[in-house]
Write a protein that binds this ligand. Structure first.
Ligand code: PMP
Length: 437
């Protein structure tokens, strides 16, 4: 497919060089959280570029990097205070993995060197991050080179692995976790890595009540660190600054990306609890990771301006409020169109799963490319939505994510929902003519 060339953007809208307008219903890749073309960010970037754009992390630090670290630590729950800057979500999760391994080495328990993750997950595209990702399609070509970290069922109640108890299935997921630990050996496991809300591999899947509390108990019992991959959910996306605040469970390490810079610069971070960093500092002293562009002042100043904007404009509160309006609209689509199996999500991270039969939840055959067809129809009508197809357990998995900028207004959401409904109605008609609905 040929992509249109975008010339400029303002708020939730993007404009291509032909003058066509698109409503960015996915914030790009759930990234442009404060919308496009925000003047304050452009000004902050210019001001920093005039001062200094680059210093190397092992020679200098900089005022924006120090201030950004402080600001993130203020917002991060509990003693998550130590920040390591990287440039992408994949680097953030991979650094988290290395920090966990290093922690256990310093503790004199070097055999704790693997992580345990869940199927139907996405933690990034580099080899370590992909090893953690339970995304069959993205793993397939490289499977012989990857570690087998995904072991657990995703907490995915629409197709719950423990149907007989669902929605009171949190205990079952914890029991499955404990069984896997015993099989692999607790002395081999450094950390449990998870997305608080499953994003690209599932389409905004929220775990059942009690899930994280119970998983945390198992982690504590077997000395396993918790790594929350908040690359997609962090910095307000779910209606709280960090998604884990919804459950009051404090992870030991958090990976951030996307919304941290809201797309204005490549920037991501791994946030580490005091307990872990103190152990590492008392031993080898340095985190054995880092990249040329880590903590560069240009990106840091950009992120600081984004944080200012989020705080000054009550963006997280807006995400919560508008997210509930969006969810109502998506639930209406679920009730109206048999093609929509489930509307789900948290805050402004929402999704739709598409099925051939609403009652049996039968998925569509892979070769129908139902998700792509819906995305294409939306495109043609001037709406961008994001694919979450292909990661879903046991079948092709047709799902989209709907996640506009957190600054979206109610009338813009109405426009988004109207276009999405038109696209779904058209696709339903086509699929029923083809005999699949
Ligand atoms: N973790 C999660 C939860 C993500 O959604 C993504 C990106 N979709 C990543 C990690 C990888 O981030 P990046 O593409 O910036 O490497």
């Amino acid at each position: 497919m040929e992509y249109p060339e975008i010339s400029w953007g303002k708020g939730v809208y993007l404009y291509d060089k032909e003058g066509n307008r698109y409503i960015d219903g996915a914030s790009g890749a759930i990234t442009a959280n404060i919308g496009h073309g925000v003047d304050e960010i452009a000004e902050a970037m210019y001001e920093q570029a005039k001062k200094v754009s680059f210093v190397y992390r092992s020679q200098f630090t900089s005022e924006p990097a120090e201030k950004l670290a402080e600001r993130l630590a203020e917002h991060a729950p509990g003693d998550l205070d130590w920040i390591f800057f990287v440039n992408s979500g994949s680097e953030a999760t991979e650094t988290a993995l290395k920090v966990a391994i290093q922690y256990w080495q310093e503790k004199g328990r070097p055999s704790k060197k693997r992580v345990i993750s869940r199927w139907m997950s996405y933690h990034g595209i580099t080899m370590g991050a992909l090893s953690m990702s339970g995304h069959s399609i993205r793993r397939s070509r490289f499977s012989s080179l990857l570690e087998q970290y995904p072991e657990l069922s995703p907490p995915y109640c629409y197709r719950c692995a423990f149907t007989q108890n669902c929605p009171n299935c949190a205990d079952d997921y914890a029991r499955e976790f404990e069984t896997a630990i015993q099989r692999l050996g607790p002395e081999t496991i450094a950390a449990f890595v998870f997305e608080p809300v499953i994003g690209a591999a599932g389409g905004a899947v929220v775990p059942p009540d009690g899930y994280f509390e119970k998983m945390k108990k198992v982690c504590d019992k077997y000395d396993i660190l918790m790594i929350a991959d908040e690359v997609m959910t962090g910095i307000g996306r779910t209606g709280k600054m960090f998604a884990m605040e919804h459950w009051n469970v404090q992870p030991d390490i958090v990976a951030l990306g996307k919304g941290m810079s809201a797309g204005y610069a490549p920037m991501a971070a791994t946030i580490v609890s005091d307990r872990i960093i103190q152990t590492i500092e008392s031993g080898s002293r340095v985190i054995l990771s880092g990249h040329t562009f880590s903590a560069n002042p240009q990106s840091a100043a950009t992120c600081l301006a984004v944080m200012d904007y989020i705080e000054n404009n009550h963006v997280v509160q807006n995400a919560k409020l508008q997210g509930s309006i969006l969810m109502k609209g998506l639930k209406y689509l679920e009730q109206t169109y048999p093609l929509v199996g489930e509307a789900r999500g948290l805050g402004m991270l929402c999704g739709l799963e598409l099925v051939a039969d609403q009652h049996t939840k039968e998925p569509f055959p892979l070769n129908l490319e139902v998700t792509n067809r819906l995305i294409q129809k939306c495109y043609e009508k001037g709406l961008i939505v994001y694919t979450a197809a292909g990661g879903i357990n046991g079948h092709s998995g047709d799902a989209i994510i709907v996640a506009p900028p957190l600054t979206v207004k109610t009338e813009e959401l109405q426009e988004l929902l109207t276009i999405l409904e038109e696209a779904i109605a058209e696709l339903s008609h086509e699929l029923s003519n083809e005999g699949f609905l």
